[in-house]
Write a protein that binds this ligand. Structure first.
Ligand code: 13P
Length: 245
């Protein structure tokens, strides 16, 4: 059965209330926090489940400015976000690079949070399912067989930071398609253990629509994760997810 996760992706921000105040406020939330690299150790000292937001596609060597998955593990990270659309669109990361990063994260014994999702044009043309399936197919590397766990985050690009969230019905459709693609392309048994999260303008106001159908395993949250009160409200909403079969 997939684990359920609520993940705070701070992106290149720190909570306006300050890291210590924020972490004190959310200390009992069953959540994962993904701060910028340089705060990983500080956050890890106060909070159990920590994720990095990115990693290098190489183990070590002359790669100025990069940080390896092994180094992130040494800093206390248990998870690494891979292939976020901001990495894909702003920094030009393609499926090949993301597949290599996935391999590094698995080799380091960490759990990858692999982000996928279509842009507005692809959705309007009715290609969302096909595009997300292709992204999962491109991530079907042999090392997946060694992974204890993988998290897939469906984050449609048109919903990130826009205030326009996908509807519960859209999310339900894509989650079904993601599970089908995982069964087809990924090693046996991994699909049923893979958590599928939704991300894109999730707030305490829209979260109940997104959880209603019960197919989602949690959320990857940007903007609303920067305020401890809003993030705690999302942690409470996670408790309203229907019981797993
Ligand atoms: P927002 O919640 O700000 O739309 O960001 C979503 C996201 O990109 C999380 O990784």
């Amino acid at each position: 059965m997939p684990n359920r996760y609520l993940i705070a992706n701070w992106k290149m921000n720190i909570p306006p209330e300050g890291i210590v105040t924020y972490l004190d406020a959310v200390k009992d939330a069953n959540a994962v926090i993904a701060p910028p690299f340089v705060y990983l150790k500080d956050v890890a000292a106060r909070f159990a489940n920590i994720s990095a937001q990115n990693c290098a596609d190489q183990k070590a060597g002359a790669f100025t400015g990069e940080v390896s998955a092994d180094m992130l593990r040494d800093c206390g990270a248990r998870f690494v976000i891979i292939g976020h659309s901001e990495r894909r669109t702003i920094y030009g990361e393609d499926d090949g690079l993301i597949a290599r990063k996935l391999e590094m994260v698995i080799d380091a014994g960490l759990t990858p949070i692999l982000c996928i999702g279509e842009n507005e044009q692809q959705r309007e043309r009715g290609h969302a399912v096909e595009f997300c399936s292709d992204q999962l197919c491109a991530a079907a590397i042999p090392q997946l067989a060694n992974a204890n766990e993988i998290v897939v985050a469906y984050e449609p690009i048109w919903a990130i930071g826009t205030g326009r969230n996908a509807t519960g019905a859209m999310v339900a459709e894509i989650v079904g398609a993601i599970r089908d693609a995982l069964e087809r392309f990924w090693p046996d048994g991994l699909a049923s253990r893979t958590s599928i999260l939704y991300g894109g303008s999730v707030t305490p106001d829209n979260v109940d629509d997104l959880i209603a159908d019960g197919r989602i395993d949690g959320f990857l949250v940007g903007g609303a994760s920067l305020d401890s009160k809003r993030f705690l409200a999302l942690a409470e909403a996670m408790k309203r997810l229907p019981a797993q079969p």
